[in-house]
Each structure stands twice: as C-alpha cells, then as structure tokens.
Design a protein around this ligand. Structure first.
Ligand SMILES: Cc1ncc(COP(=O)(O)O)c(C=O)c1O
Ligand SMILES: N[C@@H](CCSC[C@H](N)C(=O)O)C(=O)O
Length: 465
C-alpha cells in the first residue's frame, strides 16, 4: 500500500541500498569520491560541495514533503543562504542598462530578510518596494505602479505580527498580469506540513524554509531548504550552490533527516499549545483591546477573533506555533521578558523548537530593522512573541503567569479564580486546569487529525472548516 500522509512520509527514509542494510541512513563525511575514468557513466558524486549522498537523502525527504522530485530540492547552510541563492540565481541577473531588478516584499519581515534586501538595495543590485502584502489592494497598486516587477517575496503569517497574506489571490493576480515575475514564498512560519505553495493553482516558483526552525525542531543546527517548481529553476539555483559551496554539510543533513521524522508530532503538540495559550491570553489575561487600552492585543491566526481566521484556514492545515501579544506598555513587556520567574520559557530568538521561547522582537529578532523604519511601519515596540514548544500546557501557562505577575501586568485574585490585567483594567475568569484538559480541546475542535495529516491525493485544503 503506498504511503499516504505527509507526517508518515517524513518518518520513512526508504531503502538506502546500504551494504549492511542499516535501517538509518549512514552519514557520508567524505569530501571526495573515487573516480573511475574507465566508466563512461556520469558519477553521482565526486566532491561534497557539488553533491553528497547524505545531503541527497535529505533532499529526497524534503521533496516528499513538498511532493516534488528530489532534483527540485536543494539543502543549504541557512534560511538566509536560501534567500540569497534564490535572489542571485533568479533575480539579480535580470539587471540591464536601464533596469535595476525590482522586488516587491512585505512590510512585516524577519529582520534578517530586511537586512539582506537592504544590502542589495545599497549595492544597487536590486531595489525593493515594501508594502503591506496582507492588504491585496495596496499590493496591487504598488505592483501596477512599477514598470517591471522581477520578483515578489511573500510570507504568511508574517513574523512577528502574524498578519495573513492571501498567497493564492496574489499568485492569481501576479501570474495573470506578469507571468515572468518570479514569486518566492518564505514558508518558515508554516513549514511544508502546514502549507505547500507549490500545490496552489497557479503555484509560486520557489519556496524556501529556514530548516533551523520547525523542520529540525531542536535548535542544534542551522539550515535552509529551497524547493523549486521545476527542475530548470532548480538547475539555475544548483549552479549558485555548487559555485559558492553553500550546500548543507553531511552531518547537519543527517541531523535534519532525523529531526524531520518527528515533525508531525512536534508540530501537533506545539500548535495545540499555541491554540490554548492564545485563547487564554485573550480571554483570561485580557490581552484584547478595551476602552481604556486599545493597544493590548493577542495576535494569532488560530484565534476566532482574528478577521483572517478563515482566510488562513483556506490554504493552511494548521495555525503554526508562533503568536505575539502587546501588553500596551514597553516597560512592562521588558519586565516580563526579563523576569527571573521564567523557568520554562527561554528568552531567545528563533522558533519551531521543542522548547518554548519568549522574546521581545524589537530588541531581538527584529533589532536589525532601523528603529526609524519600525516607527514608520507602526511596529509595536511592546510586542512580546511566544514560540510554543512541546512542553505540558499547564506548566507553560503557570510559568508565564508567574512572570506576568512579577512584571506587574497581571494580578491574581481569589486564589487564582480571576486574573486582573492591570494595564487595561480587565478582570476575567482564569481558565482552570480542568478546562485545559477537556477531551475536546480548542485545538482538536479547530484542527482535527484529518487536516494535520494531509492526504497525498488531495490538494492543499482537505476537509471541514
Ligand atoms: C521567517 C524567517 N525566514 C528566514 C529566516 C532565516 O533563517 P536562518 O536563521 O536559518 O538563516 C528566519 C529566521 O532566522 C525567519 O524567521
Ligand atoms: N542576531 C540574529 C537574530 C536572529 S532572529 C532568528 C529568527 N528568525 C527569529 O525570528 O527569531 C540576526 O541578526 O539575524
């Protein structure tokens, strides 16, 4: 019987033709491979910069996740390397006498992406117009105002504001208006398990992911994967990878094959935790706009109060595990993230790890964006980002609550029955441990098993919702 679901295909590495029938693919650290000049056939490997058997196993696994042949996949040394390779291979070379390659990208981007685009701008290798890609009309206006758009770079939900970009609609518009425009999707916030922009109709041209995040899930390697729509696009990108030596090392490739095997269970638990926490922050902790403080807000695509809840569900299988909230006060957010009461939530950048992480984007992941630019874009400086891991939700909740009390944001009343949000005068019933353990949790209600384990025969969207 053929293997059907994505969380199953990433566990299975298939037969390796190993001389000892090892059940786990071996790691080939060798940088060189012997050449037989008497053999006319083209050898698969000669030098590890050009190709390595362990990297090939990984590329095959990623190909299965995105339902493309192994030749369409490249594993590289980081998510940023992936973007750099794609832009060099497909966009920067479009420059001519009177034309500088033009990119349209979002205005809520990971700080490192913004930094790389700025770098190309300064070098006049490519100019980037930033627009709120979650506003289709604004995007369309900018797109039509540019003579020739060489590339559109999309990401949904955005990091860290969790804005939903209607990727299918933008693809329909771009591909019917300007078929040669290269559309790139940074799929790091969803991973291939939740979203496959290559299966949309029309599809994007190339997807990349920072494998440092969900794909590996353990924060013990840096990596990036590039998945191309066609072997021709992949060949152009392979040229850059081979020329520069950006390919992922054998050891990291091996670790990533291992990490990938648990993607399904990790993501399931991480998303479940994120769903419960987001609802608890909004309902019990009062992080929602009130008459006294409009600046307090929980941002998560899995919240029913999110106006883009349905839009997100229409092309994704899950909400991801990144959420953010505004306390309404920069000082209080800083106190929360600095609280010594945090024992489980680690204050670090990144996301997608089995450990839960807490951060203040303006000081951490997005500090490389010029403060003036953040101000121009109304980036909330009091934003706190939560990246849920796989720990027990009750422990996560208690740990965060202790820190919020310590930071003087929340007051616990009547032995924990009520939580009073001091910053927006909001008193709400605290969700009890029993409620968190209801058999039909919020998560299962919204994202059932069928959706998480997408059936290979179906397109992106699978069942109810
Ligand atoms: C959305 C997104 N894309 C790309 C990257 C870059 O990935 P890496 O750190 O693996 O270079 C990051 C974070 O680093 C990210 O958050
Ligand atoms: N110092 C790093 C910050 C990395 S942030 C990693 C991740 N994308 C996140 O959103 O947390 C840098 O300057 O790039």
């Amino acid at each position: 019987m053929p293997i059907k679901t994505l969380d199953t295909v990433v566990v299975n590495t298939g037969s390796q033709n190993d001389q000892h029938s090892a059940s786990v693919p071996p790691v080939y650290l060798s940088t060189t491979f012997k050449v037989d000049l008497n053999n006319e056939a083209v050898q698969d490997y000669d030098y590890s910069r050009s190709g390595n058997p362990t990297r090939s196993v990984l590329q095959n696994q990623i190909g299965k996740l995105y339902r493309v042949p192994q030749q369409n996949v490249l594993a590289v040394s980081s998510g940023m390397t992936a973007l750099d390779i794609i832009l060099r291979g497909l966009v920067l070379l479009n420059g001519t006498e009177g034309h500088t390659p033009t990119i349209i990208a979002g205005d809520d981007l990971y700080g490192g992406t913004q930094r790389l685009l700025n770098f190309f701008n300064h070098q006049t290798h490519a100019v980037t117009a930033h627009v709120d890609t979650s506003d289709f009309e604004k995007f369309k206006t900018v797109f039509l105002s540019v003579d020739k758009v060489d590339c559109v770079l999309l990401e949904s939900p955005t990091n860290p504001l969790c804005k939903v970009v209607d990727i299918p609609k933008i693809l329909r518009f771009v591909k019917s208006t300007s078929p040669d425009t290269v559309v790139i999707v940074d799929n790091t916030m969803m991973s291939g398990l939740n979203c496959n922009p290559l299966q949309l109709n029309p599809s994007c041209d190339v997807v990349y992911e920072s494998a440092t995040k969900y794909l590996n899930g353990h924060h013990d390697l840096m990596g990036g994967v590039i998945i191309s729509k066609t072997p021709e696009i992949a060949a152009k990108l392979y040229f850059v990878v081979n020329s520069t030596g950006a390919g992922l090392s054998p050891m990291d490739s091996w670790l990533l094959v291992r990490g990938l095997k648990t993607l399904g269970v990790r993501l399931y638990q991480q998303q479940r935790n994120a769903m419960i926490l987001a609802h608890w922050l909004e309902d019990s902790c009062g992080f929602k706009p009130t008459d006294t403080n409009k600046a307090t807000k929980t941002r998560f695509v899995g919240l029913r109060s999110n106006p883009d809840f349905k839009l997100h569900q229409s092309f994704n299988s899950g909400p991801g595990a990144v959420l953010s909230f505004e306390t309404g006060s920069f000082e209080h957010s800083k106190r929360l993230v600095s609280s010594k009461k945090l024992n489980i939530w680690a204050v670090t950048v990144s996301f997608g790890c089995v450990n839960s992480l807490l951060s203040m984007p303006c000081k951490m992941s997005h500090a490389s964006i010029d403060p003036e630019l953040r101000k121009e874009r109304a980036f909330p400086e009091d934003l706190v980002r939560l990246c849920c891991g796989i720990e027990n939700i009750v422990d996560l909740k208690k740990d965060l609550l202790a820190a919020m009390v310590d930071a003087d944001i929340i007051e616990v009343r009547e032995k924990g029955k009520y939580l009073f949000n001091k910053l927006n005068n909001n008193l709400a019933v605290n969700t009890t441990i029993d409620e968190l353990h209801k058999p039909l949790s919020i998560y299962e209600e919204f994202y059932n098993e069928d959706i998480i384990s997408k059936d290979s025969d179906l397109n992106i969207k699978t069942s109810k919702l």
